[in-house]
Design a protein around this ligand. Structure first.
Ligand SMILES: [Zn+2]
Ligand SMILES: [Zn+2]
Length: 416
């Protein structure tokens, strides 16, 4: 309803003039015989018609009339935006209202077009980047066992059904469950990222997929336009980039043959398992700190002499000792966290110097996928990978035993 529904246009103009001049609203309502409450009167005022036109229609913009009390209200005046009665476009003053935008269909369409252009530019930058990464497939049978193992692990744990893609956001989560417990791809994310992903990416065994989502890439701008500054390993998709198409082969590569490489792999996985256990144990008492060269050297020293299961023993006791000592003496923070490492070192060195039998501790979590594949399948030593110190004799025995079994099978079949 507008004023003119009750009175003539001339009376309406006169009433509005008197209203703004300061005449009492109750008196005006009585005099002009308008049957609304005092607070409603202002809502009957017709909007002001501005000279400016809507950029989308030929309509003149309109603006609501402020109530008398709001006339000098700066906030009200700054938000009383001119609008188009036909398409609802609102002229927002962007210098003072940067975070508001017009929601009319016309403005939304323009924003959509701009957004689509931005996406196209980003996609273009990504395509240029992917073209550089697009090297020819690597001959599958030229890979080493480390590459076979890492590729099979990633495909098993984070691959799609066709084994064509490795899905970024599956790589770092727990992907399988063993009796309801999560099984990660590798013992720790650093190992998955720095060792497994980088080994495969740097050698071209995997490459970025052009089906990766846009947010898998970090995009920046320089004078030449947009470019890819980096990729998020956990968001991008990866393609296995070898000549092998047989998924059976890809998921279950042959047993390992190279003694040195196997011992090296055993040590790498064992070390990652120890780091995992150390981090989890320190986390539990809020004493986590990054693994630096000192801790790295200590773990290497332990692994030359002891198994992962025995290292768990040193760690468990070391953490308990530090916790007990800190609670008694009120020590916390970095010093307390260093104490864990000192305690582990002292225990390990003493046990070695005095030739003391060190009890193997059990796993607290299921082994990671890469450990399972390597210990159980590629090397065939099972849990001994966990309970034995990585050693060449065990590697030679395991590989020789499997070679003999293989030869016997062949002899039998040739006898027939
Ligand atoms: Zn309009
Ligand atoms: Zn608009």
């Amino acid at each position: 309803m507008l004023l003119t529904d009750y009175i003539s246009e001339q009376d309406a103009n006169e009433l509005m003039e008197r209203y703004y001049r300061g005449d009492l609203v109750s008196e005006l309502l009585l005099e002009y015989d308008i049957p609304v409450t005092a607070s409603k009167l202002i809502t009957l005022f017709p909007p002001r018609i501005l000279k400016r036109q809507c950029p989308y229609c030929d309509e003149n913009l309109q603006q609501k009339r402020p109530s008398k009390s709001a006339m000098n209200d700066r906030w009200h005046n700054s938000t009383n935006f001119p609008y188009c009665p036909s398409c609802n476009h609102t002229e927002i003053d962007e210098t003072s209202h940067r975070f508001q935008q017009c929601h009319c269909n016309n403005c939304q369409e323009i924003r959509d077009v701009i957004a689509a252009q931005e996406v196209a530019k980003e996609q273009d930058a990504i395509n240029r980047y992917l073209a550089k990464d697009g090297i020819a497939p690597v001959e599958y049978f030229s890979l080493n066992h480390t590459q076979y193992l890492y590729l099979a692990t990633l495909l098993r744990g984070a691959g799609d059904e066709s084994c064509e893609h490795i899905i970024g956001d599956k790589i770092f989560g727990s992907v399988l469950t063993e009796r309801g417990k999560p099984v990660p791809i590798s013992p720790c994310t650093e190992f998955t990222r720095e060792e497994m992903m980088m080994t495969l990416w740097n050698s071209g065994v995997i490459r970025l997929s052009d089906e990766s989502p846009l947010d898998g890439f970090s995009i920046a701008q320089d004078d030449d336009g947009l470019f890819v500054k980096g990729v998020y390993l956990n968001k991008c998709w990866w393609k296995q980039n070898t000549t092998m198409q047989d998924t059976g082969y890809l998921l279950s590569p042959g047993m390992a043959m190279d003694f040195d490489e196997c011992l090296d792999l055993w040590k790498k996985i064992a070390k990652a398992e120890i780091i995992r256990y150390l981090n989890v144990s320190r986390d539990e008492i809020n004493l986590n700190s990054p693994i630096g060269p000192k801790t790295n050297d200590l773990i290497d020293w332990i692994l030359e002499r002891y198994s992962v299961a025995q290292a768990y023993n040193f760690i468990w006791r070391g953490v308990r000792e530090a916790l007990h000592f800190n609670e008694k003496n009120g020590i916390s923070g970095k010093h307390a966290s260093n104490m864990v490492i000192s305690s582990i070192r002292r225990r390990a060195e003493k046990a070695f110097a005095t030739d003391t039998e060190v009890e193997c501790y059990g796993r607290t979590e299921p082994p990671s996928l890469v450990a399972q594949l390597f210990y159980d399948y590629m090397l065939g030593i099972g849990e001994r990978g966990f309970t034995e110190c990585p050693n060449m004799d065990a590697v030679i025995d395991a590989i020789s035993a499997r070679l003999n079994a293989l030869n016997e099978d062949e002899d039998e079949s040739s006898d027939e």
